[in-house]
Design a protein around this ligand. Sequence first.
Ligand code: SF4
Length: 406
Amino acid sequence: MRSEPVPEQRVSPLISLPAAGMRDARPGLSGVPADELSAWLGNRGEPTYRARQIGDHVWSAAVQSSDELSTLPNRLRSQLADAFRVSTLADTEITAADNGLTQKALHHLDDGQLIESVLMRYPARGWRRARATVCISSQAGCAVGCPFCATGELGFWRDLATAEIVDQVRFWARRLAEDGRRVTNVVFMGMGEPLLNADAVLEAAAALTDPLRFGLGARHITISTSGVVPGIEKLTALRPQYTLAVSLHAARPALRNLLVPLDHRWPATRVVAAAAAYARATGRRVTYEYVMIDGINDTRQDAAETAALLAGHLAHVNLIPMNPVAHTPWRPSPPERIEAFATVLRRAGLRATVRRNRGIEIGAACGQLAAEQAARPDPAVVARRRDLLVAKSAAALRSPGGGAMA
Ligand code: SF4
């Protein structure tokens, strides 16, 4: 359920996905709370150990269909299949890049909606163990409408249910298990704004970190937000050990208004204050994501204002070259400008890391695969949108402090 209204979008979505079909009324098994499943089994006269057997199938074996519930009697298997979906992902297409280290899945949901998840494998290096990070979606589409993001071009369709979120992780867990590997990290950075679907996202995170269910350490979960302050406050009240990742992308209000439209409702200063409260409550360093866009938000003044905004906070800034997205006039910043930006932050005492974009050739920025499946937008509308973005970004750069990085 969406917990907060979203502000009016400043740049309208371009692309229309196919109309949604009928929804399957059966809930996803991985989203059913343990006490509800036990009650359901009890009502059918089943012994209590059946709940553990089902849990083993869902969480340890990451089964994808009722045929795989092999330890259950046929009668119960068929009753379960009538009442629940073993996986909420109807169909999945996979594309690989980076010599197989990055794989992207386009999942088809029961009502025809498309969502994306990405598996990124990192080989062991030095003292660091090999990792397998899964980036998952929390909504079909997104209402925030950041103009550098492919999902922002799709518009918003609906929130994902808890099982639809968790099943993306179970999908990859199953594939990794075939190679004797497992998921080590989960990041809520795919399609959608996680904290505008906070209830389902927090339930999914709880299932993923429950030792009796998926069993991942809380510190291996990252929840991102483009700045939903009430959602950050809700998270702070729970005091989990998740990493909070805030999408900053600009410190100057004129520019952040354009790049992250939620800024109209929750400006960067309020977002950073809420994130700082999270850091104090949990002792966890907050990650700030900053997509680097050539000539737009990578100026010397932007670096200085970002450093000033985050000064004194428990913060780590990730600088990420923009993934080129169709229908925008923008391109990634050149490497030397990203390094110069990082130097300004480091001189101000902040931690800053330049990230590499994984899987650009398969459109690993969220929303790109789904956008490719959608109807092509009218070229005249695309041209008008590009002109609008050029005009708005030029105005933002003319605002106080918008000079170029030398
Ligand atoms: S960057 Fe995130 S919040 Fe912004 S439109 Fe894309 S998915 Fe939504």
